[in-house]
Design a protein around this ligand. Structure first.
Ligand code: F6P
Length: 423
């Protein structure tokens, strides 16, 4: 579980100081009513399905097939078919894992494909192609290229074993391809959109391959959903959605910054970026997600956040890191005039940096939410996924847009196919 707070001064006092008490109360009420109905109706399929876990056997079977036969897993997929897996498996950087290395070439890039083919052992490589629609050009092009690469390598294993698929049931190119090959295919849930799919098999097969606990991710999400259902008005999702909407409508806040002080949450910010942008950027409305990671981006973007336009709602995610990490040698630090860090740990420095960032942002009049997770764990990351999905859906309701479609992107896809056909 995680906690959230807005600094030493209560949120209510800050809202009153901005003259927004009435507007915020109205949005909070609207968000709470919606959240209660929503909870009463069983929340989102992407959350409830995951909690039930009827797909566990399929996830375990596919993960076992991959880890027992291959030392590399290449996940072909883009957007919601890759970002959740990247965000979730980033935690494995701190664990021993199962020995299978995961590659996620989610942007089509000829140089990266050449590099992958040159550096990976084809006989040791499994390809998992994920696409909800089963028609995404980038993923299909990569798939055909991978098949050719494996054919050329003359693999000894049956070709069908080198591939697996996650896609919706029904007639679609990716499904037909997988059927023809005779490979293992898991169904992408039809009632879960790609950017909401991280807790389904889409994110959880990679999690299992990485040696992380699917159960813990889902339990973490469930705990957040249970707390949300029990008292929506107190949840980070409802408060966050009401606040962002109020700031947007009344103070011209048009950007939402998410800045974790943990390298392993960098991929999480990319996942959040798609979730927020694709769900809410509609009908001339929307707030732009901005990604940053602390402390490194204090040295690149922070000047703008502090001293540029006051148009951002800031969320800082922290993990208690006091006393964590290597300790800085006292004598060496003192010799070079670095007494302030002598005997401190790297975690002490990061703790002070995130605190200083928040204080400075607040001193500059920015509204800052701190989300504190007590450790970098599957439960906590699962909880963050659930909370931000809920926040997005509630914000969409307050804005009056449909969180689940992405009509404008589809126009670009049609044009790409046309241009390729004309080459
Ligand atoms: O999973 P699919 O169908 O390949 O789609 C990949 C991504 O492309 C989009 O449809 C946008 O083009 C996203 O919504 C989606 O996550």
């Amino acid at each position: 579980m995680f906690k959230f707070a807005f600094g030493d001064t209560s949120l209510q006092q800050q809202i009153e100081a901005l003259g927004l008490a009435g507007a915020y109360a109205e949005n909070l009420n609207k968000a709470t009513v919606f959240a209660k109905n929503f909870a009463g109706n069983g929340l989102l399929p992407c959350l409830t399905q995951a909690a039930g876990g009827p797909d566990t056997a399929g996830i375990e079977k596919l993960a076992a097939h991959i880890t027992s036969g291959f030392s590399n897993l290449v996940i072909l997929g883009t957007g919601g078919s890759s970002l959740g897996a990247q965000a979730a498996t980033a935690l494995a950087a701190y664990t021993k894992g199962l020995g299978t290395k995961i590659y996620t070439p989610d942007s089509l890039d000829p140089f990266l494909m050449d590099h992958l083919f040159a550096s990976l052992d084809p006989l040791e490589t499994h390809i998992l192609a994920i696409s909800k629609s089963g028609t995404t050009g980038e993923t299909l092009a990569q798939l055909l290229a991978c098949r050719q690469w494996l054919e050329n390598a003359g693999t000894q294993k049956p070709m069908k074993d080198h591939f697996s698929f996650i896609t919706e049931p029904g007639k679609r190119a990716l499904r037909t391809y997988g059927d023809d090959l005779g490979s293992l295919i898991l169904d992408h849930p039809t009632d879960v959109g790609g950017r909401f799919s991280v807790l389904t098999n889409v994110g959880m097969v990679p999690v299992a391959v990485a040696g992380l606990s699917v159960k813990d991710f889902r339990n973490g999400a469930k705990a957040v959903c249970d707390a949300f259902s029990a008292d929506p008005a107190m949840s980070a999702a409802v408060v966050g959605a009401a606040l962002i909407q109020t700031l947007n409508e009344n103070l011209g806040v048009t950007q939402v910054l998410i800045m974790p002080y943990a390298e392993s949450l960098r991929a999480f910010t990319r996942w959040h970026g798609q979730l927020w942008a694709e769900s809410l950027g509609k009908n001339g409305l929307g707030t732009t997600p901005i990604r940053a990671v602390g402390p490194v981006d204090q040295h690149s973007q922070m000047q703008l956040f502090l001293d540029g336009p006051n148009d951002k709602f800031c969320t800082i995610v922290t993990v208690p890191s006091y006393g964590k990490g290597p300790r800085i040698d006292v004598a060496a630090a003192e010799k070079y005039g670095l007494t302030y860090m002598a005997g401190r740990t790297i975690g002490d420095m990061v703790t002070c940096q995130s605190r200083a960032t928040q204080d400075t942002l607040r001193a500059k009049g920015r509204l800052v939410r701190e989300i504190v997770i007590d450790s970098l764990s599957e439960e906590n990351l699962g909880g963050l996924f659930a909370s931000f999905m809920l926040e997005t859906v509630i914000t969409a309701h307050l804005m009056g847009v449909d969180a689940y479609d992405q009509p404008a992107v589809e126009e670009g896809k049609i044009l790409t196919r046309k241009y390729l056909g004309e080459l």
